[in-house]
Every structure is written in structure tokens, then in C-alpha cells.
Design a protein around this ligand. Structure first.
Ligand code: ATP
Ligand code: MG
Length: 335
């Protein structure tokens, strides 16, 4: 790993396998950023517990962790260049988080719309919001700051949490001396990919793990085709706004080919079944190499385990080092 490269931290909550929305929204840029950055990729299982802490939900985590890691490996995240690690396996981060809590006004957290949205989505009333959910942005700040990450690619809903991490870093460095790199968020510019109509109205909202409207990266060619065929065509002349064409825009690389597809459809030269066929064909071009890599990694379960363990050991070392600097800067006694 090249220590001269700036460090980046990004990752996912292991609440289910990853889908095509993740591919265009975060995974493709994650693979590219490996060229220019030293990447820390967190599998944020503790963040899952903020809204899903029942025993049956926790019992599903190990499978989701394997799925998410296999998804990342299959799209080309390179464990030789990126540190993929399990959040709960790095306890020094909890220690850092507790110290950062001392610098974080409760009002800053309780004023965050994102926390209210997460609570609402989890069916929690105001009186039931656990401290872990309220404090989740501070734990995220500890994840980012322990790694001295300068860049944090996130979705728009998460930008505010990186801004908090940034403010905490500035505050800490000012109060106790320079310890933390000051992180900046980068928000994906890719428009959200819609879902498919495997559930009623699925294509009217963004593709999401929990909405039942996803095409999974691990879906077979038949499943992909079946799901795309749930998307009807718009009236000719209205192709630009239709979900089916949003898939075309995301996966047909050639600009002329895409423009022709719109034009042919809008003048009635082809029907929407033909558009579905072209979308499926373009998707398969993207998904074939992903499936091949997945099969290679999946054939050796042990290898995936090893990647997670190795990454977590690396993250542990980095976190303990940062914790030491934090304690020293704050003047805590070292016993
Ligand atoms: P959940 O249903 O649990 O909220 P999700 O499928 O919405 O899951 P998240 O984990 O919330 O996925 O998303 C992580 C990041 O992945 C987002 O911040 C965004 O950058 C990207 N992403 C997720 N869904 C899409 C999508 N449909 N289109 C583009 N990017 C997406
Ligand atoms: Mg989401």
C-alpha cells in the first residue's frame, strides 16, 4: 500500500446485499479511486445496530457482511490496495468515539434531520430513539478520524455526518493540538437509479435494499432479465422520464447508441420490448465480468474471510495508533 497517497474512507452498512444503484452510485467510483487514494472500506455493522438490534436482525449480519464484501470484490475492489474491515472488530474506535462525544453538543445531533429520518424508517417514536442512534454520527466521525481520512465519498443523505466529523476534527485540533486530518465529503453526482416493479410502484422510487425493488449484483441473468421486463415503456415521445430509459442511460456507454435508442423509440420505430432487450444486453455486458469475479472469490470462502480479517487487523493497528495520539493530546494518563 502506498502511504504517499491521500487516504479515503467509505463503506456500507451490512443490511443486505448490494444492488445496481450501489454500483452506479458508489462502487464504480470506489474502484477508480483506488488508483489515486489509499482506501479504507468499512463494513459498518455497528451502524446497522442503531436501527436493527433485535437478535434475529443481528443473526443475519454475518451473511450480509459476506454478501457485501463479495459484492465489493466482484466489482473490482482490490484487497491488495484497499483495506476492507469490519467496524465492530476495531474496538479502539469505540474509545475514540467516547472522547469525541465530549466535544459534541447534544443539540447538534438532535437537530439532524437524518437521525429523525432513520428513526422514522425504523418505526421508532421520539421517546424510543436509542442513544446509539442519536450518537451514530459521532461513531461515524470516529471511524473517519481514526483512519485520518481526507476524503469521504458518501450519498447526499450522509453528507451532514461528514461535515460533523470535519467540525469535530477542527475543534479537536484547535483545542488539543494537531492530531486529525480534516475530512471532506464528496457526494456522488450520479442520479439515483430507480427500482423495478417487482413490487407495486417499485420504479417510482429509488432502488433500495429494503424496498423490494432491487436488482442485486448477485442476480442471475434470468433474474436480471425478468426484473427489467417488469418496467413498462412510456408513451412514445416521453422516453426521457421513464425508469426503463434511466437504466439505459446508466448502462449504455456509447452516447450515440443511447441517443438512437431514445430517437427510435420516440418516433415509434421500436417498441418497449426492444428497449428492454437493449437494456438487458447492456446490463449483461457490465454484469458478466462481475459475476465471473464473484464466482472466483465465492469458490474459496476462506479467502473472503481472510480478506476481512487481514483488513480488520490493519484497521486495528491504525486505530490504536490514533487513539494513542488522541489520549496524549488530551493529556489523559497512560497507564
Ligand atoms: P436501505 O434500503 O437500507 O436504505 P439503500 O439500498 O438505500 O439501503 P444505502 O446503504 O442507503 O442503500 O446507500 C448507500 C449509498 O449507495 C447511498 O448513499 C448512495 O450513494 C448509493 N445508492 C444507494 N441506492 C442508490 C440508487 N438507487 N442509485 C444511486 N446510488 C445509490
Ligand atoms: Mg438508503
Amino acid at each position: 500500500m502506498d502511504a504517499r497517497k491521500p487516504r479515503l474512507l467509505t463503506g456500507d452498512r451490512p443490511t443486505g446485499p448490494l444492488h445496481l444503484g450501489h454500483l452506479v452510485g458508489t462502487l464504480q467510483s470506489r474502484v477508480k479511486l483506488q488508483e489515486s487514494h489509499e482506501c479504507f472500506i468499512i463494513v459498518a455493522d455497528l451502524h446497522s445496530l442503531t436501527t436493527r438490534s433485535r437478535r434475529d436482525e443481528i443473526a443475519r449480519l454475518p451473511n450480509h457482511v459476506r454478501d457485501v464484501v463479495l459484492d465489493m470484490l466482484s466489482v473490482g475492489v482490490d484487497p491488495g490496495r484497499s483495506t476492507i474491515y469490519l467496524q465492530s472488530g476495531v474496538p479502539a474506535v469505540y474509545d475514540i468515539a467516547i472522547l469525541l462525544q465530549m466535544l459534541t453538543p447534544v443539540a447538534r445531533l438532535s437537530g439532524m434531520q437524518s437521525i429523525h429520518d432513520m428513526a422514522k424508517n425504523a418505526g421508532l417514536g421520539d421517546a424510543d430513539v436509542p442513544l446509539g442512534l442519536l450518537g451514530y454520527p459521532v461513531l461515524q466521525a470516529a471511524d473517519i478520524l481514526m483512519a485520518n481520512a481526507e476524503l469521504v465519498p458518501v450519498g447526499a443523505d450522509n453528507e451532514i455526518h461528514v461535515t460533523l466529523a470535519r467540525d469535530i476534527a477542527l475543534h479537536f485540533n484547535d483545542a488539543y493540538g494537531q492530531v486529525f486530518a480534516v475530512p471532506s465529503p464528496t457526494v456522488s453526482a450520479t442520479p439515483a437509479l430507480p427500482g423495478v416493479n417487482t413490487v407495486a410502484g417499485g420504479a417510482d422510487r429509488k432502488m433500495s435494499k429494503s424496498a423490494g425493488n432491487a436488482i442485486w449484483l448477485k442476480d442471475s441473468p434470468d433474474e436480471v432479465a425478468r426484473k427489467i421486463r417488469t418496467l413498462p415503456g412510456p408513451a412514445p415521445g416521453e422516453s426521457t422520464r421513464a425508469p426503463l430509459f434511466r437504466f439505459a442511460e446508466a448502462f449504455i456507454r456509447d452516447a450515440d447508441e443511447l441517443a438512437n435508442l431514445h430517437a427510435e423509440y420516440d418516433r415509434g420505430a421500436i417498441g418497449f420490448a426492444a428497449v428492454q432487450d437493449r437494456v438487458i444486453e447492456a446490463l449483461e455486458k457490465t454484469l458478466v465480468p462481475i459475476r465471473e469475479r464473484r464466482a472466483e472469490f465465492a469458490a474459496d470462502q476462506h479467502r473472503t474471510e481472510e480478506i476481512i480479517v487481514d483488513g480488520t487487523i490493519t484497521a486495528r493497528k491504525v486505530a490504536y495508533e490514533t487513539l494513542g495520539k488522541v489520549r496524549d493530546a488530551m493529556g489523559l494518563e497512560n497507564l
